[in-house]
Write a protein that binds this ligand. Structure first.
Ligand code: NAD
Length: 232
């Protein structure tokens, strides 16, 4: 069993934890996501305006998942969780499946998942491994109308009640590979601070929210995450 003085741990991850698996972050691409402006591919308005472009964009992101695998940071988190006797919650902003592949168990995808689609008529969620096209029929109502199960900018992130409940009870909050630009995730550290938790950021560089953390480790997640978890 993992022997740590902490009993209730919440971890938040962002695109930086998957960078060394070969999935680009926004920062890598100068604030663009794979050469696209967010307004063109990651908003409900973009989907209304140009559904083909948006589906093509997410089809490409989904197809890329066939070529990537978890890196030592994903694996270290899964191994830590398996050995930890206290309460553990991993909240990811990522829409890839690398935490699941690594074996993480208590895992919330607050911004949705590439490997799921949602019916725009019924809101039912389906598993989705292939491309979505204008002709794709959903299992639930047998008509076209599938969208990626992704929380776009301007939409409400998922499982917020569970996340805030865990944050309000945590004694350690670890933020890994996130720029601190996207709310509400960027505000989680303040909730953890307000209940007296130890808060630490592990990121390649100080994030935009760096000042809110009590501690920081700067370096690649593939090295720093397992080193930090081993120190607990
Ligand atoms: P971001 O791209 O805004 O920031 C990534 C952060 O990770 C940066 O601060 C960068 O310095 C840091 N970083 C880069 N490489 C790192 C490494 N090897 N080790 C440690 N840190 C590293 O990402 P964000 O804050 O997660 O916000 C982006 C939003 O875009 C999220 O909502 C997410 O859903 C989406 N997104 C997801 C993916 C994915 O699923 N893998 C990829 C790109 C964007």
């Amino acid at each position: 069993m993992q022997n740590t003085k902490h009993q209730r741990i919440v971890v938040l991850t962002g695109a930086g934890i998957s960078a060394e698996s070969g999935i680009n972050t926004f920062r890598d691409s100068g604030g663009l996501w794979e050469n696209h402006r967010l307004e063109d591919v990651a908003t409900p308005e973009a989907f209304e305006r140009n559904p083909e472009l948006v589906q093509r964009f997410y089809n490409a992101r989904r197809a890329q998942l066939n070529d990537v695998k978890p890196n030592p940071a994903h694996i270290a988190l899964a191994e830590f969780e398996a050995a930890f006797a206290g309460e553990f919650l991993l909240v990811t902003q990522n829409v890839d499946h690398l935490h699941s592949l690594a074996g993480s168990n208590k895992l919330i995808h607050m911004h949705g998942e590439l490997l799921k689609s949602r019916c725009i008529h019924t809101d039912k969620i389906h598993s989705q491994t292939s491309d979505i096209t204008e002709h794709s029929h959903c299992e639930c109502c047998q008509q076209p109308g599938l969208r990626p199960h992704i929380v776009w900018f301007g939409e409400m992130p998922l499982f917020m009640d569970e996340i805030y409940q865990a944050l309000e009870n945590c004694d350690l909050f670890i933020s890994i590979g996130t720029s601190g630009n996207v709310y509400p995730a960027a505000g989680f550290v303040e909730v953890a601070n307000s209940v007296g938790a130890r808060t630490i950021e592990i990121n390649l560089e100080p994030s935009n929210g760096a000042a809110a953390f009590k501690e920081a480790i700067h370096g690649p997640a593939s090295i720093e995450v397992s080193a930090f978890l081993s120190s607990l």
